[in-house]
Write a protein that binds this ligand. Structure first.
Ligand SMILES: Cc1cc2nc3c(=O)[nH]c(=O)nc-3n(C[C@H](O)[C@H](O)[C@H](O)COP(=O)(O)OP(=O)(O)OC[C@H]3O[C@@H](n4cnc5c(N)ncnc54)[C@H](O)[C@@H]3O)c2cc1C
Length: 241
């Protein structure tokens, strides 16, 4: 049977609201012995729609290690008037959600290059976090740099998870990049694509992983491929919109 047809049922085991617009769900598999996937992949959430014969399907990148077979985490960004957003923000815990998958072909490239750059926006950190968490034992010495785009200070989340990764990955650096920071913000400003110039990617063998906003991905690809002449096999992207 193809992945698209296998129904998996997951219980909402934990809900964490990192900000009013970012909700994380820990999902525990209940109807099968295991769910296997590779870091980088996504699942389709089946969203019940009142009076509709079929659920609405929405894709969500898995945000946890692929070593775990009995559940995973998903990170949701709230979309105003969104069907799935409304459904997810109505959850209280213990509900059973239907999912199909895994899907997707953005994988961690082996053997890895000396340096890896992650550029993400909104909830796009999900895919990158899964890569880092899945590879931290076997690829701990790589120079990882992660640029995490959000609008303002109040939108920052996952800092404790970033710090946890740093304990395992001595060469892991992360930066929040704020497009609408207050005057007090001492960190990076603007869009994540502007941070490329802060890295030495032109002189260091580098793989690029981009995830989230489609306009960001387009901009970064244009810079890397059209302007810098980097081979597109070094660039792996997942657009959420
Ligand atoms: C491969 C893949 C992986 C994804 N992974 C994630 C993930 O890990 N976390 C996550 O939060 N989302 C992820 N998405 C986006 C997700 O699938 C939904 O599109 C998103 O949650 C909105 O669904 P909704 O039903 O709430 O909104 P909808 O009812 O589909 O849309 C409502 C309105 O919002 C607009 N809209 C739709 N999506 C977006 C968006 N992303 N940003 C801004 N406006 C939008 C629509 O044009 C529409 O006007 C992923 C998408 C893809 C293709």
């Amino acid at each position: 049977m193809s992945n698209a047809r296998v129904p998996y049922e997951f219980k909402v085991a934990q809900i964490i609201d990192h900000t009013p617009e970012i909700r994380e769900l820990y999902l525990q598999l209940v109807n099968k012995p295991e769910f296997t996937f590779r870091a980088g992949q996504f699942v389709m959430l089946h969203v019940p729609v009142k009076d509709a014969p079929k659920p609405a399907l929405r894709a969500y990148s898995i945000a946890s290690t692929d070593e775990q077979k009995d559940g995973f985490k998903l990170i949701f960004k709230f979309v105003e008037t969104g069907i799935a957003s409304r459904f997810v923000w109505d959850l209280k815990g213990e509900e059973i959600l239907n999912m199909t998958g895994p899907f997707g072909k953005v994988f961690f490239q082996e053997p890895p290059t000396e340096q890896i750059l992650f550029l993400n926006t909104g909830s796009g950190v999900s895919q990158h976090f899964s890569f880092l968490e899945s590879k931290m034992k076997t690829h701990s010495q790589i120079k990882y740099k992660l640029y995490f785009g959000v609008r303002k200070e109040a939108d920052i989340y996952y800092e404790s998870e970033m710090k946890r990764l740093q304990k395992h990955l001595p060469n892991f650096k992360y930066h929040y990049v704020l497009s609408r920071a207050s005057d007090a913000w001492a960190g990076k400003r603007g869009y994540v694509q502007h941070c490329l110039k802060d890295t030495d990617y032109k002189n260091t063998p580098t793989t690029f992983y981009l995830c989230g906003n489609g306009a960001m991905i387009k901009d970064v690809k244009h810079q890397l491929i059209a302007v810098d002449g980097i081979d597109k096999s070094r660039i792996w992207a997942e657009a959420f919109d």
